[in-house]
Design a protein around this ligand. Structure first.
Ligand code: F1X
Length: 305
């Protein structure tokens, strides 16, 4: 079972305008979607849709926390959250004619006792894999993430920002940086595929057993102990890119739960992301063809290590 920990969940509010945004103008639309979000929660949603066993955990509080809990219950996603006094945040994505704007709140204040309860919750669930996804709310530190990593007999995956990856200390199973996170984690310039491979290999050398790098329209890379694999992105219509990185991680983790190979795990990650970008916000798309492997994704070995 995969336990996903989202320290900083959110109600994701995705709102669409057929015009560019202008300061001082009231823009109005009928096109708005509210979903339960936060990176770990998204992974729990997508992994469950990929027929693997997942439970969502983390901190929830207030009305938005209730919305997230109720929405997951309604969608049949197993959950075991720690209830906190402060309010879960609302994150807004504005899709306008001139681009995609992502407006994220820093999140509620978390207390040391909340972190203790989160560690106990993780231990009680006895997952095989524990994923920590997304930003840390005020009051929670990277030491707390290392503590979660060491608190049980599980492999630990992280879907966190590059500045976080640079500081983590425990042994990690897999991380999933995007291009800017690769750069932030290593201090390198990451423009070409060769740059991305060099940065991902550096993270692997620092102790991440698998480095799954999501490169947007350039697809994804997987650095393992023995090889570097690459998969192209599929040519699909993109509504927005929110949740795409979470989808890459979800495909990888679900494939591993199903006992599939490294190459199939990378393939499943890319395919899942190609479906998630086709729906608004972090809604779960139809992932049928991902499971049946009907759509072909060519995985190539860039080099053996
Ligand atoms: O502020 P964070 O924790 O870095 O990211 C949170 C978030 O933007 O990431 C998800 C998409 O990946 C959304 O569901 C959510 O709103």
């Amino acid at each position: 079972m995969i336990l996903t920990v989202t320290p900083n969940p959110a109600v994701d509010h995705t709102i669409h305008f057929d015009e560019p945004l202008q300061p001082g103008v009231v823009h109005r639309t009928d096109d708005a979607v509210f979903t339960a979000g936060g990176k770990g929660i998204n992974v729990a949603k997508y992994v469950s849709a990929l027929d693997a066993d997942a439970t969502a955990s983390g901190f929830l509080g207030g009305h938005f926390g209730k919305f997230v809990r109720d929405r997951l219950d309604a969608d049949g996603i197993a959950s075991d959250f720690v209830t906190v006094d402060a309010d879960t945040r609302l994150n807004t994505t504005v899709l306008a004619e001139d681009g995609e704007y992502k407006l994220n709140h820093n999140g509620p204040q978390i207390r040391a006792a909340d972190v203790d309860e989160l560690v106990e919750t993780a231990q009680a669930n006895e997952p095989d894999t524990l994923l920590v996804g997304g930003s840390l709310p005020p009051g929670m530190s990277l030491d707390d993430v290392d503590r979660l990593a060491r608190a049980g007999d599980w492999q630990i995956a992280v879907d966190m920002g590059g500045e976080y990856l640079a500081e983590l200390d425990a042994d990690y199973y897999v991380c999933k940086p995007n291009r800017s996170e690769l750069a932030a984690a290593t201090g390198r310039t990451v423009e070409t595929e060769a740059d991305a491979i060099a940065a991902a290999e550096e993270l692997h050398a620092r102790g991440f057993e698998y480095v799954l790098a999501s490169l947007g329209a350039d697809g994804a890379l997987l650095v393992t102990d023995s090889e570097v694999l690459s998969a192209p992105a599929l040519d699909v219509d993109v509504v927005d890119t929110v949740g795409a990185g979470d989808a890459v991680m979800s495909g990888f983790l679900a494939a591993r739960e199903h006992g599939l190979s490294d190459a199939d795990a990378l393939r499943m990650g890319v395919l899942t992301a190609s479906r998630v970008v086709g729906v608004a916000g972090t809604r779960v798309p139809n992932l049928e063809d991902v499971l049946t492997n009907e759509t072909h994704v060519e995985v190539t070995t860039v080099r053996s290590r």
